[in-house]
Design a protein around this ligand. Structure first.
Ligand SMILES: [Zn+2]
Length: 315
C-alpha cells in the first residue's frame, strides 16, 4: 500500500465514474429521438411515452412489472455442458459467455419464474436479447423444459416472452437440437391440458421462430416487433424483389393471420390475465379490494425479490 493506491487511484476512479452517471440518466428514443429521463422510461416499462416505441427490456425488469407486487420465485435451470465444441471465432466461446454475463448480470439468455398475475398463478419464461442476441443454446432449451415441467407439476399455464436472433452458432448442432427438445416440452403442456401463451417481442427470428415461439395456443406480439425465420434483407437478396412495407412486422403478420393479437407492453399484463383466466375456466379478475396476500407465500418469495431489486438497479 502506498499513496498511489490509497489516494491517486480512488481519485481517478471517482472522476471517471462521475462522468458516466449523467450519460445514463437520459436515454434517447431510437425511434423519435426524444430525450427520456431514465426513471420515466423504466416506469413505463421501456416504452417511449411520446411515440410508443418499444425498447429492449431485461427479463428481470419485465417480471417485476408483470407479477403481482413484483414478487416472483426463480425456477432453477439445469446447467448444460460448457463449450462442448471448443468453439472459437475472434474470441473463445467461454470468453464471450463471461463478457455477456458481466454485461447483463444474468447467468444465461433465459429467465424462468413462478408467481401470480392478478392473483392467477403462472409460470413465465423470458428471453434476454442483450445476452448474446438471446440466442437459443442448450441452456435456453433446458430453461424451456424446466419451465414446462414446473407448469405441469403445478398445473399452471406457461407464458413465454421470446426475443432471439436464432440458434447459438457457438453450440452448432447442439443448439439446433433444442428445436425438437422444446417442441416436446410444449407438447407436454398440451397433453396436460395447460395453456401455452407466447408473447413475441422484437426481434424473434431463426430457429426460435421455427420452434417454441410459434407453437403457442395464443400468439401475442408487441407492436412493430420483427418476427421471421429468415430476415427481410436475406429474402430481398434471394428473390431480387422489393418487399412490401412493414413486411414481417407484428401488424403485417396480424393482418396475414400469423398472430392473434398485437398488444402494447403497458397493457400486456391485463391482457394476459384476461386470456389466462378465460382459458383456465376461472371467473374474471377481481379489481379493487382484494384479500391480503398469503403470508407464508410472501415469506418464501421475499428472498428472491430482494435479490431481484439489487440486480435491476445495475441493469
Ligand atoms: Zn419515441
Amino acid at each position: 500500500m502506498n499513496w498511489i493506491s490509497n489516494y491517486v487511484r480512488p481519485r481517478i476512479n471517482s472522476i471517471f465514474s462521475r462522468r458516466e452517471v449523467p450519460e445514463n440518466l437520459w436515454k434517447k428514443c431510437d425511434s423519435c429521438g426524444t430525450m427520456l429521463f431514465h426513471r420515466e422510461l423504466s416506469d413505463n416499462q421501456n416504452v417511449c411515452p411520446h411515440c410508443n416505441h418499444h425498447m429492449h427490456i431485461t427479463p428481470r425488469a419485465r417480471f417485476e412489472a408483470l407479477f403481482d407486487g413484483g414478487i416472483f420465485t426463480e425456477v432453477e435451470v439445469p446447467e448444460p455442458v460448457a463449450d462442448p465444441l471448443k468453439f472459437r471465432d475472434q474470441k473463445k466461446y467461454p470468453d464471450r459467455m463471461k463478457a455477456a454475463q458481466k454485461k447483463t448480470a444474468e447467468e444465461e439468455a433465459m429467465l424462468v419464474a413462478c408467481g401470480e398475475i392478478g392473483r392467477t398463478p403462472i409460470v413465465a419464461a423470458a428471453q434476454d436479447f442483450s445476452f448474446m442476441g438471446g440466442s437459443m443454446g442448450m441452456y435456453v432449451g433446458n430453461a424451456i423444459i424446466a419451465a414446462a415441467e414446473e407448469a405441469v407439476k403445478l398445473g399452471r399455464p406457461l407464458v413465454l416472452f421470446s426475443a432471439a436472433g436464432g440458434a447459438r452458432m457457438q453450440e452448432g448442432i447442439l443448439s439446433l437440437m433444442q428445436m425438437p427438445r422444446t417442441t416436446v416440452a410444449v407438447q407436454m403442456l398440451k397433453e396436460a391440458g395447460l395453456p401455452y401463451i407466447v408473447v413475441l417481442t422484437h426481434p424473434t427470428t431463426g430457429g426460435v421462430t421455427a420452434s417454441y415461439a410459434m407453437l403457442g395456443d395464443v400468439h401475442i406480439s408487441e407492436p412493430n416487433a420483427l418476427i421471421c425465420f429468415a430476415g427481410p434483407r436475406v429474402i430481398e437478396q434471394t428473390i431480387r424483389e422489393k418487399l412490401p412495407e412493414g413486411f414481417q412486422r407484428a401488424e403485417y403478420l396480424l393482418d396475414h393471420g400469423m398472430l392473434d393479437r398485437v398488444t402494447s407492453r403497458t397493457e400486456m399484463r391485463d391482457e394476459l390475465i384476461t386470456i389466462i383466466r378465460m382459458l383456465m375456466k376461472q371467473p374474471p379478475q377481481v379489481v379493487g379490494d382484494l384479500p391480503a396476500p398469503d403470508e407464508t407465500a410472501m415469506a418464501e418469495t421475499a428472498d428472491t425479490t430482494a435479490e431481484a431489486d439489487g440486480t435491476s438497479e445495475d441493469a
